[in-house]
Design a protein around this ligand. Sequence first.
Ligand SMILES: CC(C)(COP(=O)(O)OP(=O)(O)OC[C@H]1O[C@@H](n2cnc3c(N)ncnc32)[C@H](O)[C@@H]1OP(=O)(O)O)[C@@H](O)C(=O)NCCC(=O)NCCS
Length: 174
Amino acid sequence: MQLTIASYNDLDNVVELVNQAYRGASFQGWTTEANLIEGPRVDRQALVQNIETGSTTILLARDQASHQVQGCVAVRPTENEEWYLSMLAVSPVSQTAGLGKSIMAAAETFVVERGARSLKISVIDARDALIAWYERRGYQRTGEIEPFPYDDPSVGVPLRADLTLVTLRKHLCG
Ligand SMILES: CC(C)(COP(=O)(O)OP(=O)(O)OC[C@H]1O[C@@H](n2cnc3c(N)ncnc32)[C@H](O)[C@@H]1OP(=O)(O)O)[C@@H](O)C(=O)NCCC(=O)NCCS
Protein backbone atom coordinates (compact mmCIF):
# COMPACT_ATOMS: atom_id res chain seq x y z
CA MET A 1 0.00 0.00 0.00
CA GLN A 2 1.45 3.29 -1.14
CA LEU A 3 0.19 6.30 0.82
CA THR A 4 0.73 9.83 -0.48
CA ILE A 5 0.90 13.03 1.55
CA ALA A 6 -2.21 15.17 1.09
CA SER A 7 -1.78 18.64 -0.38
CA TYR A 8 -4.09 21.59 0.17
CA ASN A 9 -5.83 20.64 -3.09
CA ASP A 10 -6.86 17.30 -1.56
CA LEU A 11 -8.48 18.72 1.57
CA ASP A 12 -12.04 19.04 0.24
CA ASN A 13 -11.94 15.36 -0.73
CA VAL A 14 -10.56 14.46 2.70
CA VAL A 15 -13.33 16.40 4.47
CA GLU A 16 -16.00 14.63 2.42
CA LEU A 17 -14.45 11.20 2.96
CA VAL A 18 -13.97 11.60 6.71
CA ASN A 19 -17.43 13.01 7.36
CA GLN A 20 -19.03 10.30 5.24
CA ALA A 21 -17.09 7.48 6.90
CA TYR A 22 -17.57 8.64 10.50
CA ARG A 23 -21.05 10.11 10.45
CA GLY A 24 -22.64 9.68 7.04
CA ALA A 25 -26.37 10.27 7.22
CA SER A 26 -27.01 6.94 5.50
CA PHE A 27 -25.38 5.07 8.43
CA GLN A 28 -23.27 3.19 5.86
CA GLY A 29 -20.16 1.42 7.06
CA TRP A 30 -19.68 -1.13 9.79
CA THR A 31 -18.16 1.37 12.26
CA THR A 32 -20.36 4.42 11.75
CA GLU A 33 -20.59 6.72 14.78
CA ALA A 34 -23.67 8.53 13.41
CA ASN A 35 -25.66 6.91 16.22
CA LEU A 36 -23.38 8.61 18.79
CA ILE A 37 -22.56 12.05 17.37
CA GLU A 38 -24.26 14.30 14.84
CA GLY A 39 -22.69 16.87 12.57
CA PRO A 40 -19.41 16.97 10.68
CA ARG A 41 -16.29 15.30 12.12
CA VAL A 42 -13.95 17.79 10.42
CA ASP A 43 -13.95 20.88 8.25
CA ARG A 44 -11.36 22.26 5.89
CA GLN A 45 -10.28 25.03 8.25
CA ALA A 46 -9.50 22.56 11.04
CA LEU A 47 -7.41 20.44 8.69
CA VAL A 48 -5.42 23.45 7.49
CA GLN A 49 -4.83 24.47 11.10
CA ASN A 50 -3.70 20.95 12.05
CA ILE A 51 -1.24 20.84 9.19
CA GLU A 52 0.14 24.35 9.75
CA THR A 53 0.33 24.49 13.53
CA GLY A 54 0.01 20.90 14.73
CA SER A 55 2.72 19.16 12.69
CA THR A 56 0.05 16.85 11.30
CA THR A 57 0.62 14.87 8.10
CA ILE A 58 -2.47 13.58 6.30
CA LEU A 59 -1.79 10.44 4.29
CA LEU A 60 -4.03 9.31 1.44
CA ALA A 61 -4.83 5.97 -0.14
CA ARG A 62 -5.98 6.37 -3.74
CA ASP A 63 -7.71 3.99 -6.07
CA GLN A 64 -5.02 2.85 -8.50
CA ALA A 65 -7.17 3.27 -11.61
CA SER A 66 -9.23 6.39 -10.89
CA HIS A 67 -6.81 8.05 -8.42
CA GLN A 68 -9.81 8.96 -6.29
CA VAL A 69 -9.16 9.19 -2.55
CA GLN A 70 -10.51 5.99 -0.95
CA GLY A 71 -8.97 6.31 2.49
CA CYS A 72 -6.92 8.56 4.72
CA VAL A 73 -5.21 8.81 8.08
CA ALA A 74 -3.49 11.62 10.03
CA VAL A 75 -0.30 11.26 12.06
CA ARG A 76 1.69 13.67 14.19
CA PRO A 77 4.66 13.33 16.52
CA THR A 78 3.96 13.98 20.19
CA GLU A 79 6.74 13.22 22.67
CA ASN A 80 9.22 10.51 23.64
CA GLU A 81 9.33 9.06 20.12
CA GLU A 82 5.57 8.55 20.19
CA TRP A 83 3.24 9.58 17.39
CA TYR A 84 -0.53 10.09 17.50
CA LEU A 85 -2.80 8.64 14.84
CA SER A 86 -6.26 10.00 14.07
CA MET A 87 -8.80 10.48 11.29
CA LEU A 88 -8.43 6.97 9.93
CA ALA A 89 -11.21 6.64 7.37
CA VAL A 90 -12.14 4.40 4.47
CA SER A 91 -14.94 5.32 2.10
CA PRO A 92 -18.03 3.35 3.23
CA VAL A 93 -18.39 1.71 -0.20
CA SER A 94 -14.79 0.41 0.02
CA GLN A 95 -14.92 -0.89 3.61
CA THR A 96 -14.39 -4.49 4.81
CA ALA A 97 -12.07 -5.28 1.88
CA GLY A 98 -8.83 -4.89 3.82
CA LEU A 99 -8.10 -1.27 2.97
CA GLY A 100 -8.26 -0.05 6.57
CA LYS A 101 -5.70 -2.67 7.64
CA SER A 102 -3.40 -1.76 4.76
CA ILE A 103 -3.61 1.95 5.60
CA MET A 104 -2.77 1.26 9.26
CA ALA A 105 0.22 -0.89 8.29
CA ALA A 106 1.50 1.76 5.86
CA ALA A 107 0.98 4.55 8.41
CA GLU A 108 3.00 2.56 10.97
CA THR A 109 5.82 2.18 8.45
CA PHE A 110 5.63 5.93 7.69
CA VAL A 111 6.06 6.93 11.35
CA VAL A 112 8.73 4.32 12.12
CA GLU A 113 10.78 5.71 9.22
CA ARG A 114 10.56 9.08 10.98
CA GLY A 115 11.70 7.81 14.36
CA ALA A 116 8.51 6.61 16.04
CA ARG A 117 8.72 3.80 18.56
CA SER A 118 5.03 3.78 19.47
CA LEU A 119 1.72 4.96 18.12
CA LYS A 120 -1.22 6.17 20.20
CA ILE A 121 -4.89 6.54 19.35
CA SER A 122 -8.05 7.69 21.14
CA VAL A 123 -11.36 5.97 20.55
CA ILE A 124 -14.84 6.59 21.93
CA ASP A 125 -15.31 3.86 24.51
CA ALA A 126 -18.75 2.88 23.22
CA ARG A 127 -17.29 1.78 19.87
CA ASP A 128 -16.63 -1.83 20.87
CA ALA A 129 -16.28 -3.30 17.36
CA LEU A 130 -13.77 -0.62 16.40
CA ILE A 131 -11.72 -1.08 19.58
CA ALA A 132 -11.68 -4.84 18.92
CA TRP A 133 -10.45 -4.11 15.38
CA TYR A 134 -7.55 -2.02 16.74
CA GLU A 135 -6.78 -4.73 19.32
CA ARG A 136 -6.50 -7.27 16.50
CA ARG A 137 -3.97 -4.90 14.92
CA GLY A 138 -1.84 -5.02 18.10
CA TYR A 139 -3.12 -1.91 19.92
CA GLN A 140 -3.64 -2.26 23.65
CA ARG A 141 -5.66 -0.20 26.10
CA THR A 142 -3.38 1.94 28.23
CA GLY A 143 -5.94 2.34 31.00
CA GLU A 144 -6.15 6.12 30.38
CA ILE A 145 -9.69 7.40 30.05
CA GLU A 146 -10.34 10.98 28.98
CA PRO A 147 -13.59 12.87 29.20
CA PHE A 148 -15.38 13.45 25.89
CA PRO A 149 -15.02 17.17 25.00
CA TYR A 150 -18.69 18.00 25.46
CA ASP A 151 -17.91 21.72 25.65
CA ASP A 152 -16.16 21.82 22.25
CA PRO A 153 -18.76 22.51 19.51
CA SER A 154 -16.22 21.62 16.79
CA VAL A 155 -16.46 17.90 17.60
CA GLY A 156 -20.14 17.75 16.65
CA VAL A 157 -23.29 17.18 18.67
CA PRO A 158 -23.03 14.17 20.98
CA LEU A 159 -26.25 12.18 21.21
CA ARG A 160 -25.35 10.55 24.53
CA ALA A 161 -24.22 12.01 27.84
CA ASP A 162 -21.97 9.09 28.84
CA LEU A 163 -19.22 9.15 26.18
CA THR A 164 -15.56 8.92 27.16
CA LEU A 165 -12.36 8.39 25.19
CA VAL A 166 -10.05 5.44 25.77
CA THR A 167 -6.40 5.45 24.76
CA LEU A 168 -4.74 2.59 22.92
CA ARG A 169 -1.05 2.22 22.16
CA LYS A 170 1.08 -0.03 19.99
CA HIS A 171 4.82 -0.42 20.43
CA LEU A 172 6.30 -0.43 16.98
CA CYS A 173 9.84 -1.65 17.56
CA GLY A 174 11.79 -3.76 19.96
C1 LIG B 1 -12.27 1.67 10.81
C2 LIG B 1 -12.13 1.59 9.29
C3 LIG B 1 -11.03 2.53 8.82
C4 LIG B 1 -11.80 0.14 8.91
O1 LIG B 1 -11.60 0.08 7.53
P1 LIG B 1 -12.03 -1.19 6.66
O2 LIG B 1 -11.44 -1.01 5.32
O3 LIG B 1 -13.49 -1.41 6.78
O4 LIG B 1 -11.30 -2.35 7.49
P2 LIG B 1 -10.68 -3.71 6.93
O5 LIG B 1 -11.43 -4.12 5.71
O6 LIG B 1 -9.22 -3.60 6.85
O7 LIG B 1 -11.02 -4.70 8.13
C5 LIG B 1 -12.32 -5.22 8.24
C6 LIG B 1 -12.43 -5.90 9.57
O8 LIG B 1 -13.70 -5.61 10.15
C7 LIG B 1 -14.35 -6.78 10.51
N1 LIG B 1 -15.77 -6.52 10.33
C8 LIG B 1 -16.42 -6.33 9.19
N2 LIG B 1 -17.71 -6.09 9.43
C9 LIG B 1 -17.85 -6.10 10.78
C10 LIG B 1 -18.95 -5.92 11.67
N3 LIG B 1 -20.18 -5.66 11.21
N4 LIG B 1 -18.72 -5.97 13.00
C11 LIG B 1 -17.48 -6.23 13.48
N5 LIG B 1 -16.40 -6.41 12.67
C12 LIG B 1 -16.59 -6.35 11.35
C13 LIG B 1 -13.77 -7.82 9.59
O9 LIG B 1 -13.91 -9.08 10.17
C14 LIG B 1 -12.30 -7.39 9.54
O10 LIG B 1 -11.64 -7.73 10.73
P3 LIG B 1 -10.33 -8.65 10.82
O11 LIG B 1 -9.66 -8.67 9.49
O12 LIG B 1 -9.51 -8.02 11.89
O13 LIG B 1 -10.85 -9.97 11.21
C15 LIG B 1 -13.48 1.99 8.60
O14 LIG B 1 -14.49 1.15 9.05
C16 LIG B 1 -13.88 3.43 8.78
O15 LIG B 1 -13.55 4.30 7.96
N6 LIG B 1 -14.67 3.73 9.85
C17 LIG B 1 -15.21 5.08 10.07
C18 LIG B 1 -14.19 6.03 10.61
C19 LIG B 1 -13.66 5.60 11.95
O16 LIG B 1 -14.40 5.21 12.82
N7 LIG B 1 -12.32 5.67 12.10
C20 LIG B 1 -11.63 5.28 13.33
C21 LIG B 1 -11.78 6.29 14.39
S1 LIG B 1 -10.81 5.98 15.82
